[in-house]
Design a protein around this ligand. Structure first.
Ligand code: HEM
Length: 525
């Protein structure tokens, strides 16, 4: 069939017009005078702030305040593929409160677009957005139950076992090993999370666990502006991302279904969901994948860097090692155990949950400090407009119009030089001097309506991993490619625009030495 040349010209013109529109036309309300918030301009105003998605930290550092002592400070707006996004950076308690406590700001709506690329319903509370939020709340409650104190207490022995098994694997029978934390430590945190919130069959099968992890990182490491916001444009990274998502989805869904079909019971939280008969297979699979995302992304790199920082300071390591030895001994004595008779696993596994949570003060401070330095992803919200009877949202004196997104930058708080002295220096003792003592002066766990549900689990798993490493090894040191030890001043940080994978910008390994002392070093298991 022949196509008339006019049709071809018209189709070409339409395509060109669409491309021009997509590239050059910003949303009309970006330049409205609803408020006087300054606009961050984009080269392609239709696409909007590509850098916000791809290189968030650097983009915000360049586009907001020029004073490096107060990174990301101020309120700005920019466009993102036809939507208006307000960016807020502040150390002001009232500004942070206005965002974290406002019930009209939707957490799921914000993350659906600014994390997952799905634009909001554009409706006010009580309707479609309200339903999404209610559904999400149910899933959050299931996460809270999966990591309840009872379950944490129950699982602590398995966690210490996993950690010792991982470290035995690092040394692999030798006297020392050079460990790439992303290859060695990340799988351990992945396993912990799968144990608590995923499926027991994966936690006990290394090959299946590895497959799950590959799928997980394929989705996460390929999420950028183009793959997230414009997934209809064919692109190689999208293919990898989709393969990862499909692997995760197929694995989890098939295994939930199989378990139900076989009538097999496992010791994990997916089993509770199956038994409750409240969710179908697809919803359970969705929950497992969502819980893995929530549980892994923030913890894995911050936990790994806690080890890297300690490996860069002999004094800090010595103080932490002394704390671990003292606490394990005190715990054994309080239980009436003969410390010297216990295997290393028994010493660790018998420590009570309350001792993990309230003891090990310096280890906790080290983790807190690693999070402060590295938490660079933003808190995302969608604002459909005020619900009935509520006042309009006002941030720092600026009224905010309906149907926009609001994103808050934690580094504006966590890297602020007035709140944290020498903010890019790793100093866990700063908290003992009173720095960052409230939710609003240390925003790393969030605040207000959506404070982190997983905080206790994140702390438990990283402190268990760290204490176990300190107790298991003779020593560990963070080294460069020549085997020279890094110090706290030059240990390479990741590119802070990487919010989750957190790969060091230079070669970095941790050299772990086996405990010396022959028979005296005692049994591991
Ligand atoms: C170092 C580790 C972690 C850090 C720094 C962290 C940080 C945060 C922050 C800042 C928020 C607030 C987000 C917002 O207001 O938009 C949050 C929320 C949340 N976190 Fe975490 N998190 C960590 C680990 C975990 C873990 C291990 C889990 C689950 C097992 C988890 C589950 C959640 C959930 C479900 C929410 C949403 C709470 C709600 O909407 O009410 N987090 N987290």
């Amino acid at each position: 069939m022949l196509v008339h040349p006019y049709t071809l010209v018209a189709a070409g013109a339409l395509l060109l017009a669409s491309i021009c529109y997509l590239l050059f036309v910003p949303p009309a309300k970006l330049h409205s005078n609803f408020n006087s918030v300054p606009v961050i301009k984009s080269r392609f105003p239709g696409l909007g702030a590509v850098g916000f998605f791809a290189n968030r930290y650097t983009f915000l550092s360049r586009s907001t305040t020029t004073d490096p002592r107060h990174p990301h400070h101020g309120i700005y707006k920019f466009s993102l593929l036809g939507k208006v996004v307000y960016h807020v950076g502040s150390t002001s308690e009232s500004v942070m409160r206005s965002i974290t406590t406002n019930k009209d700001l939707s957490f799921s709506g914000g993350n659906n677009f600014l994390f997952a690329g799905i634009a909001g319903a554009g409706q006010k509370g009580g309707d479609a957005q309200g339903k999404i939020d209610a559904e999400e709340r149910k899933e959050m409650m299931a996460i809270a139950k999966a990591i309840s104190p009872q379950r944490l207490a129950l699982m602590r022995s398995a966690l210490t076992h996993d950690a010792l098994e991982a470290y035995e694997g690092w040394l692999n029978g030798g006297e020392s090993a050079l460990v790439d934390l992303q290859k060695g430590y990340y799988p351990l945190i992945f396993r912990f999370t799968v144990r608590l919130m995923g499926m027991a069959e994966y936690a006990s099968q290394p090959a299946t666990l590895a497959k799950l992890q590959t799928g997980f990182w394929q989705t996460q490491r390929n999420s950028g502006y183009w793959t997230t916001l414009l997934p209809w444009i064919p692109q190689p990274r999208l293919l990898t991302r989709l393969c990862g998502a499909l692997t995760l989805w197929k694995m989890v869904r098939t295994d939930v279904r199989k378990r139900i079909k076989e009538g097999r019971k496992e010791e994990d939280f997916a089993q509770n969901l199956i038994d409750a008969r409240d969710m179908g297979v697809d919803k359970i699979a969705r929950w497992v994948i969502g819980a893995l995302l929530a549980g892994i992304l923030n913890t894995i790199g911050t936990g790994a860097y806690t080890i890297a920082f300690l490996g860069a300071s002999p004094e800090l390591r010595a103080a932490c090692r002394e704390e671990v030895e003292r606490t394990l001994r005190a715990s054994a004595e309080a239980r009436g155990d003969e410390y010297e008779e216990l295997s290393l696993h028994e010493r660790l596994a018998r420590v009570e949950l309350s001792e993990w949570e309230e003891g090990f003060e310096l280890l906790h401070l080290c983790f807190k400090e690693a999070i402060r330095l590295l938490l660079t992803n933003s808190l995302n919200r969608y604002y459909p407009g005020p619900s009935k009877g509520s006042p309009r949202l006002v941030i720092d004196g600026h009224p905010i119009e309906d149907d926009v997104y609001v994103t808050f930058s934690p580094p504006s708080n966590l890297h602020d030089a007035d709140s944290f002295s020498n903010p890019f220096h790793f100093d866990p003792y700063r908290y003992q001097r009173g720095e960052g003592s409230t939710d609003y002066s240390y925003i790393a766990w969030g605040a207000g309506r959506h404070k982190c549900t997983g905080m206790r689990f994140a702390k438990l798993e990283t402190i268990v991993a760290l204490a176990t490493l300190l107790a298991y090894s003779d020593d560990f040191t963070t080294v460069d490619e020549r085997g020279e030890a890094y110090g706290l001043d030059n240990v390479p940080l990741p590119d802070l625009s990487q919010s989750h994978w957190r790969e060091p910008t230079r070669y970095m390994r941790v050299r772990v030495e086996r405990k010396k002392g022959g028979e005296k070093k005692g049994r591991v298991f």
